[in-house]
Ligand binder design. Structure first.
Ligand SMILES: Nc1ncnc2c1ncn2[C@@H]1O[C@H](COP(=O)(O)OP(=O)(O)OP(=O)(O)O)[C@@H](O)[C@H]1O
Ligand SMILES: O=C(O)C1=C[C@@H](O)[C@@H](O)[C@H](O)C1
Ligand SMILES: [Mg+2]
Length: 174
């Protein structure tokens, strides 16, 4: 039943790092963005265009709140933290790891936001999105790993060490 769930801003490396982590730990890998696409038979950007931001978030929330997984590393979409039910479920089924990256590094990493389908509301800048989401990631994380200033292999090492050390605060109330 125990899973590792990666949360964090878009482009921080949840999907890229998640696969490597799963290989290293001998776990399976799930990407909730791909689960949504598979269940709905549409691309994320098509779903956002079709249902609007709130519709997409509701859909993402429902899929993630019902996610069944065992011994899996689960990369989530950056927007899942807007959905309390989904986050309660994810915290229940595993250890939630927040991959943290400073604003400047993230902005450099992200490039074109539109191609990623980030759920930005009209007038909302990346900086505003960052400020809004950071407290949510912090609230839901069992563990936080700083991914700044290092390549992916070093980040992988950091996550592995953090997981080894962690006593998941499974019963901690939010
Ligand atoms: N040190 C690093 N760690 C992780 N990713 C890195 C690093 N340096 C560069 N990258 C690049 O940053 C990008 C991370 O994108 P990725 O799709 O894994 O992010 P994500 O967190 O899954 O985003 P989303 O929420 O949109 O799904 C990749 O293109 C990856 O190659
Ligand atoms: O951070 C976000 O706003 C998103 C990230 C993607 O992974 C997708 O889940 C979706 O396109 C929204
Ligand atoms: Mg991803």
């Amino acid at each position: 039943m125990h899973n590792v769930i990666l949360i964090g801003m878009p482009g921080v490396g949840k999907s890229t790092l998640g696969v490597l982590l799963a290989k290293t730990l001998g776990m399976t890998f799930l990407d909730t963005d791909l689960v949504i696409q598979d269940q709905k038979k549409a691309l994320l950007r098509e779903l956002i265009a079709q249902h609007g931001i709130d519709g997409f978030l509701a859909l993402e929330g429902t899929v993630c709140a019902g996610l069944q997984a065992e011994n899996a590393v689960i990369a989530t979409g950056g927007s899942v933290v807007y959905e309390p039910e989904a986050m309660a479920h994810l915290r229940e089924i595993g250890t939630v790891v927040y991959l943290k990256l400073g604003y400047k590094a993230l902005a450099r990493r992200l490039g074109n936001l539109k191609n990623r389908g980030v759920v930005l509301r009209p007038g909302q800048t990346l900086r505003m999105l960052y400020e809004q989401r950071i407290p949510l990631y912090e609230t839901y994380a069992h563990i936080t790993v700083d991914c700044g200033g290092q390549d992916i292999e070093h980040t992988l090492d950091r996550v592995l060490r953090a997981l080894e050390k962690a006593q998941p605060k499974k019963n901690a109330s939010l």
